[in-house]
Design a binder for this molecule. Structure first.
Ligand code: PLP
Length: 502
């Protein structure tokens, strides 16, 4: 009985709210079934006089043979539904059901990357492997806090620094250090004060701030995004209402770069578009252009008067060298081009949850840079007011302290080489186990945390469902989450999925 009451109540909720999920047929059905009357009451509460709208409805429930049960009545008062029935003129049962103001809010789908970790946690199989999220793990598959981070935190603690608000643009010592790390300390653009740097909420927040700048100052301008790209890029530009389209990047036939496709799509875009480029360690493919290809990309971007917009989320993580991984950005800057760069310290300093990064806009003059910075601050203020301090202090202490900086480079080299060694081991295991003659060498040509395996969605599903290997459905695996002892198991899973699932 109470089951049916609550289901009727929810039917009524659907029937009388105009939610996008309610089909017209259901609404019509409810209107037909329920007799509804309505009257206005003036109710005094304290000294205030309020008008409340009261709706009453009645309905008859029948059993399977059509014999009527108790005549039910419904009353909607102040967005609550009261269900009651009258017997001998008395209310003998009353139920109150809250009508949510959020009836029209539908359930969002799980995030395609972060949702993988949730599914992994729920799996009890001991062979399970989480290769979904790009978080660095030790050989024991444990999270890793860098020693230099611990040392910087000790320094901060010793100094007894306070937790006062930062200015909108963030910590000055961080902003200086991060721009120098990106462009190189001796780069003339730094001394000429042509870089507008604002501390951001890691890579994502920095991209989002730049997207807001594009939306406000370049209305209608398109952002060109590689196909495929990191899943959140599209969300960021969609939410900022910045139109985007894709340029070809990945060639499934060669599991390599579709360089000609990329160049012709950038050429075909309207002049003055923004071209989003992964500075190094392209996510998800792990395929980067060669230095010669970067030159040609810069040529066509210059020719078309486009604006390069770099996403640098893996500086130091791709090759193990901070300078080598910033070479694409520096190449464009050396041509005198204006450009944007979003930076993240999630991976290279393992500061994932500190949300520390920056947006840098390289302008042709110090005056333009000052104006751009003022507008970035204006955009940030109503979004989050000012950024968090802890991660900024850690970065400033590591990058700005020669001793810690050298230690950081050594640790990063260790992390990058652990990833390179599992990459090699996976290739060796695949080549040994797969007797079909398939060439797996594309895995060795890829760079950074990820490998794009070329597995289809169905094959990736098999990896998870049969082998308990969690990965994104585009066939990407994070090698940072793989240990050398698990390489053989992973190779078995890949060979099975590749050959036995179509
Ligand atoms: C290409 C790319 N850009 C940006 C980010 C931003 O990450 P975060 O916001 O954690 O710094 C990531 C993280 O995976 C990424 O892969």
């Amino acid at each position: 009985m109470f089951e049916s009451l609550s289901s009727m109540a929810s039917t009524m909720l659907c029937g009388f709210s105009s939610t996008p999920t309610t089909s017209p047929t259901l609404q019509d059905h409810c209107k037909k079934k329920l007799k509804m009357g309505s009257f206005d009451r003036t109710i005094f509460s304290g000294k205030k006089k309020r008008n409340h709208s009261i709706k009453t409805m009645s309905n008859q429930i029948h059993d399977r043979r059509g014999i009527p049960w108790l005549p039910l009545r419904f009353l909607i008062f102040n967005r609550r539904i009261f269900i009651y029935f009258l017997s001998c003129g008395r209310i003998t049962l009353a139920l109150a059901v809250n009508v949510s103001r959020f009836e029209g809010v539908t359930m969002a789908p799980p995030d395609p990357i972060l949702g993988v970790s949730e599914a992994f946690k729920a799996d009890t199989n001991e062979m399970k492997l989480n290769l979904g999220v790009g978080d660095y793990r030790t050989e024991e598959l444990q999270p890793y806090v860098l020693n230099v981070v611990k040392k910087a935190e000790n320094l901060i603690l010793k100094r007894g620094e306070n937790k006062e608000y930062l200015p909108i643009e963030g910590l000055a010592a961080f902003n200086n250090a991060t721009a120098e790390l990106l462009f190189g300390r001796d780069n003339p653009v730094i001394e000429q004060q042509r870089v507008a740097t604002v501390q951001g909420l890691s890579g994502t927040g920095s991209l989002r701030l730049a997207a807001a700048l594009i939306e406000r100052y370049f209305p209608g301008a398109k952002v060109l995004i590689s196909s495929p790209t990191w899943g959140n890029h599209k969300n960021i530009f969609n939410d900022a209402r910045v139109p985007w389209s894709e340029y070809r990047y990945y060639d499934p036939k060669t599991i390599g770069l579709d360089f000609d496709g990329m160049i012709s799509d950038i050429k075909a875009a309207p002049d003055g578009s923004f071209v989003l480029l992964h500075g190094c360690a392209h996510n998800p493919t792990g395929i980067d252009p060669t230095p010669e290809q970067w030159e040609k990309i810069a040529d066509v971007i210059q020719e078309k008067k486009h604006l390069p917009f770099f996403d640098v989320a893996y500086q130091g993580f791709a090759s193990g060298s901070l300078d080598a991984d910033a070479s694409s950005v520096r190449l464009f800057a050396a041509r005198g081009m204006e450009l944007l760069v979003a930076q993240s310290y999630s991976k290279n300093l393992g500061l994932y949850s500190e949300r520390i990064g920056a947006i840098n806009v390289l302008c042709s003059s110090a005056d333009a840079a000052a104006r751009v910075k003022s507008q970035l601050k204006r955009l940030a203020r109503p979004m989050y007011s000012n950024p968090p301090i802890h991660g900024a202090r850690i970065v400033a202490n590591v990058v700005g302290n020669p001793e810690l900086f050298n230690e950081w480079e050594e640790e990063m080299e260790l992390m990058a080489s652990r990833i390179k060694s599992v990459r090699q081991k996976l290739f060796d295991s695949l080549s040994a186990k797969d007797k079909s003659g398939k060439d797996w060498s594309f895995i060795l040509k890829q760079i950074g945390m990820f490998s794009f395996t070329g597995l289809s969605k169905a094959q990736s599903d098999n990896m998870t469902n049969k082998w308990h290997v969690y990965m994104t459905k585009d066939g990407r695996i994070s090698l940072a989450g793989l240990s050398s002892v698990k390489c053989e198991y992973l190779a078995d899973a890949i060979v099975d999925s590749f050959h036995n699932v179509k």
